[in-house]
Structures are given as structure tokens and as C-alpha cells.
Design a protein around this ligand. Structure first.
Ligand code: DSN
Length: 391
């Protein structure tokens, strides 16, 4: 690269990534093939529209790229093209979720989403997100005692509020979700059921977490977390008499976006093929085993792990412990100084604010890609414990 300034920064980031232990639950390490597709000439092409229906000439090759990504996405999650449609163009998770709102809801409609401070996402209707400004969030959360989703409570809120759409999914909830129960609740109040599986998509693909597809109307996901692809998103929609998928395609383009990033689409296609291998299946199982080993080791060392453990790649640790420990910001800073990267995170019913919450969020997707196993998690827990102990 001729640009020495940018080249130096890329090298510095590469070195940082190599040196640090990465426990950011939403990050991962892509393959060389994914990087090659991202850095390819496909980035030069404008492709507004959909395969076979573009607004620019010269799309014969990128049409095939997008068709391949679509086929691989459906195949990976064992979906028939007669029953499911997938849009591969949303640039990332938030625009993907916003596209669903724009497609399926009227301004002001009620959307039931997990509240951010219980583990939901900004785009599940939080007031600082466009999804909370233009639509009305009806929040739900976890039980104060078990810190697990309280389905009876969710059902009674849904029956009372009659939301147009219910979103099941999270960014900081460690447990399995009962997709079937969400389906029953959505049916009982006549809501569309949207699942945001961004965090767990790779685990679902690898058979290490239950699939939401038998139950959902819409499934959105980012492609760069446990799925181990480039940054990007997929929006799956069930094909039925409502033809929701047509509205979603129109919301993505021309509703919210212009030309898709075809280099990104190609990189997604590469990652989807990788995720269909038996090696990836083993990887997904190991991600969960590692998270469970790390959670158990932390509990054994005296830390309070939210809900007592994990069924996924994600662990939420209460580092404040009612004042017996330290704040989430200090915990994250101390760990970074020791070479372990995490993010500070609120815990359910947090008594501290979002800038310095009571918890940290850990995830094992990245370190599992780097070959770490359960014994490494034990060593890591001991290191974390040493760094976080109150002086
Ligand atoms: N930033 C993602 C995460 O860390 O979970 C959500 O957008």
C-alpha cells in the first residue's frame, strides 16, 4: 500500500488484535478468503436493485454473487426457497432491523422488544434509536429472581398491549430462548414474530443453539459475530399469503439504501460456505463449551454470573456485587491494561448508570476461532479474577 499512514494504522491494529485476548461477545476473526472478497474489485460496482432487476448496466457478475449469497444463506439454515426469502443487502444489523420496521409497521405502532438494560438492543425500540422515536416500544425483561426471560409476564404484557410486532433476540442475554413460547404469545395477540439472532447465528448454523426458523415470521442477523463473516446483515422472511418479504425488499431498496456493497455480499457468501462445514459445527459447539467453562470457573472463583451461567457464547458478570467489587468501567479498563478486551455492560435491574454499569460482558467466539479450549478458559478466569479483585 502506497499510503504509509493508513498502512501503519492497519499494521498497528493487526498487531493489537494478535496480542490481545478478545472477549468482546460481538466480535470474531474472519478467514483470509473473507478478507480477500472484501478487498476485491467488487467494491467498484453499483448494483441498485435486485438480481435481474438493476438500475445500472454491467451487473451480470454481481447478480451471480448475490444469487450465490442468497442460496448459501437459505441452505445454511436448511430453508426451502419456496418457504423463505432472504435479503442480503442490509449494510449491517441496525439498518436491517430498521428495514423490517419500515416495511411492516405504520408510524407509532407498538413493538414489544427486550429492554436494553435487560439485554435487548437499541433497535428493539429504545428511545435513543429511530426505532423508539418513530414507533412505540413496549419493553419486556427478565425475572428479578432468576434473571431469565419471564414468559408469563411477557404474555400478559402482550395480551394487554397488543403490539403489532414482537422481537425476540438480544445482545446481552446468555440463555436459550424458548422460540415456541414466543410464537404462542405472538399468535395470542396477533403480532408478527421477528427474531434478531445476530449474536447466535453461528451457533444456530452449527447446531449449538435452537433454530428460530420453525417459529418466526422474520429473522434478522448480522453476519460478523458468531457467524464469523464480514460486517453485514441478512433479513429472512417467511413466504406466505402476507408476502412480507416483498415489503422488506422494497424497504431495504429503495426505501432506506442505495447500492448494496457487493464486495461485502461476496464476503458474506464465503462465510456462509465456511459455516456449512463440519469444522464449523465443531467450532460452534466449542464456543458454547468454552463459555460454559469460563462461566463456571468465574462462579467458582466467587463472581456473580447473571442467571448463574450460559447456554451460548455470552456471559454477563456482575463485577460490582452490591459494592463488594468494582464498577464495570474500571473492570473493563483494568482488563484492557492486562491485555484482555471486554465491554462494560449493564446487568438486569442495574443500580448504576450506563456509563459505569455494574457488569462486564464476555464472549468466547473470537478466542475459540483462535483455537482456545476449556483448559484455556480456566487459566483466563484465574487471570480475570486476579485483575478484578478489589485492592
Ligand atoms: N454492537 C453489538 C453488540 O456488541 O452486541 C450490537 O449492535
Amino acid at each position: 500500500m502506497k499510503d504509509s499512514q493508513v498502512s501503519k494504522l492497519i499494521k498497528a491494529e493487526k498487531a493489537r488484535q494478535k496480542k490481545a485476548t478478545n472477549l468482546i461477545a460481538s466480535e470474531n476473526y474472519v478467514s483470509k478468503d473473507v478478507l480477500e472478497a472484501l478487498g476485491s474489485e467488487l467494491t467498484n460496482k453499483y448494483a441498485e436493485g435486485y438480481p435481474g432487476k438493476r438500475y445500472y448496466g454491467g451487473n451480470s457478475v454481481v447478480d451471480k454473487v448475490e444469487e450465490l449469497a442468497i442460496k448459501r444463506a437459505l441452505d445454511l439454515f436448511k430453508l426451502s426457497p419456496d418457504e423463505w426469502h432472504v435479503n442480503t443487502q442490509a449494510l449491517s444489523g441496525s439498518p436491517a432491523n430498521l428495514s423490517v420496521y419500515v416495511a411492516l409497521l405504520e408510524k407509532g405502532d407498538k413493538v414489544m422488544g427486550m429492554s436494553l438494560d435487560h439485554g435487548g438492543h437499541l433497535t428493539h425500540g429504545h428511545k435513543v434509536s429511530a426505532t423508539g422515536k418513530f414507533w412505540t416500544q413496549v419493553p419486556y425483561g427478565v425475572s428479578k429472581v432468576s434473571e431469565i426471560l419471564d414468559y408469563d409476564e411477557i404474555e400478559s404484557i402482550a395480551l394487554r398491549e397488543k403490539p403489532k410486532m414482537i422481537i425476540a433476540g438480544f445482545t446481552a442475554y446468555p440463555r436459550e430462548i424458548d422460540w415456541n413460547r414466543f410464537r404462542e404469545i405472538a399468535d395470542a395477540c396477533g403480532a408478527i414474530l421477528m427474531v434478531d439472532m445476530s449474536h447466535i447465528a453461528g451457533l444456530v448454523a452449527g447446531g449449538a443453539y435452537p433454530s428460530p426458523f420453525p417459529f418466526a415470521d422474520i429473522v434478522t442477523t448480522t453476519t460478523h459475530k458468531t457467524l464469523r463473516g464480514p460486517r453485514g446483515a441478512l433479513i429472512f422472511a417467511k413466504k406466505d399469503v402476507r408476502a412480507l418479504y416483498k415489503k422488506i425488499d422494497r424497504a431495504v431498496f429503495p426505501g432506506l439504501q442505495g447500492g448494496p456493497h457487493m464486495n461485502q455480499t461476496a464476503a458474506i457468501a464465503v462465510a456462509l460456505k465456511e459455516a456449512a462445514t463440519s469444522a464449523f459445527k465443531k467450532y460452534a459447539a466449542q464456543v458454547v463449551k468454552n463459555a460454559q467453562a469460563l462461566a463456571k470457573a468465574l462462579v467458582d472463583l466467587g463472581w456473580r454470573v447473571i442467571s448463574g451461567g450460559t447456554d451460548s457464547h455470552l456471559i454477563l458478570v456482575d463485577v460490582w456485587m452490591d459494592g463488594k467489587g468494582i464498577g464495570g468501567k474500571e473492570a473493563s479498563d483494568r482488563l484492557e491494561a492486562a491485555g484482555i478486551i471486554v465491554n462494560k455492560n449493564g446487568i438486569p435491574y442495574d443500580t448504576r448508570g450506563p456509563v459505569d454499569p455494574s457488569g462486564i460482558r464476555l464472549g468466547t467466539a473470537g478466542e475459540t476461532t483462535r483455537g482456545k479450549k476449556e483448559k484455556d478458559m480456566l487459566a483466563l478466569a484465574k487471570k480475570i479474577d486476579k485483575v478484578l479483585r478489589k485492592a
